[in-house]
Unconditional design. Structure first.
Length: 187
């Protein structure tokens, strides 16, 4: 598990990036103030910080605090992230109402929109692996032991039950791949 402050700084950096703002982490005090502001402004980020705290306590073997942290995350933003989930530093969860479970990994640079479920299908304890710099749209469901490649995009309300290749765009129920427009299209 990553160190608490390092993970929170990376998460804040990604959250500020996705909101179009600059985040200066060159000075610890300035970074801490920016993080406090983001915690005040965003229920999702506040719940993510609480998750990071609980995750760090769990990795250090501290009893009870991880359970309390999970309950607080649920109260703050209806965010539930299981003990077996690995959320790499630098993930942005834009708002609450997110449920992540199973043996799942989410890599750095990923943006998770509200009302997203990432987790299991019945009878399997393995969850998805989400690559670097992915975007998961509002209301999407990514279920089962699927691989979502780097820079993939999952559309709003998509239900992903199969692998999505790197750079792929998946939309619909069940999700299907669509071709991204080439840079010269539409001119």
């Amino acid at each position: 598990m990553p160190k608490f402050f390092e993970a929170v700084v990376a998460d804040a950096n990604m959250s500020y990036f996705h909101s179009g703002q600059l985040f200066d982490s060159s000075k610890r005090v300035r970074a801490a103030l920016a993080i406090l502001r983001l915690m005040w402004d965003s229920d999702g980020f506040l719940a993510q910080v609480v998750y990071r705290f609980g995750s760090r306590m769990w990795s250090l073997g501290v009893p009870l605090l991880p359970r309390i942290a999970r309950a607080v995350s649920m109260l703050i933003a209806q965010m539930s992230i299981g003990d077996t989930v690995i959320v790499r530093p630098g993930v942005s969860i834009s708002h609450g109402y997110v449920c992540i479970g199973g043996l799942t990994e989410i890599k750095a640079g990923t943006l998770v929109a509200p009302f997203v479920s990432i987790g299991l299908v019945a009878g399997d304890f393995r969850g998805p692996t989400i690559g670097h710099l992915c975007t998961i749209g509002t209301g999407a469901r990514i279920l089962g032991p699927v691989e979502v490649g780097d820079r993939a995009q999952i559309g709003a309300n998509a239900v992903v039950l199969e692998d999505v290749p790197a750079g792929g765009i998946a939309v619909g129920v069940p999700a299907r791949l669509v071709e991204a427009p080439s840079p010269g299209d539409g001119e």
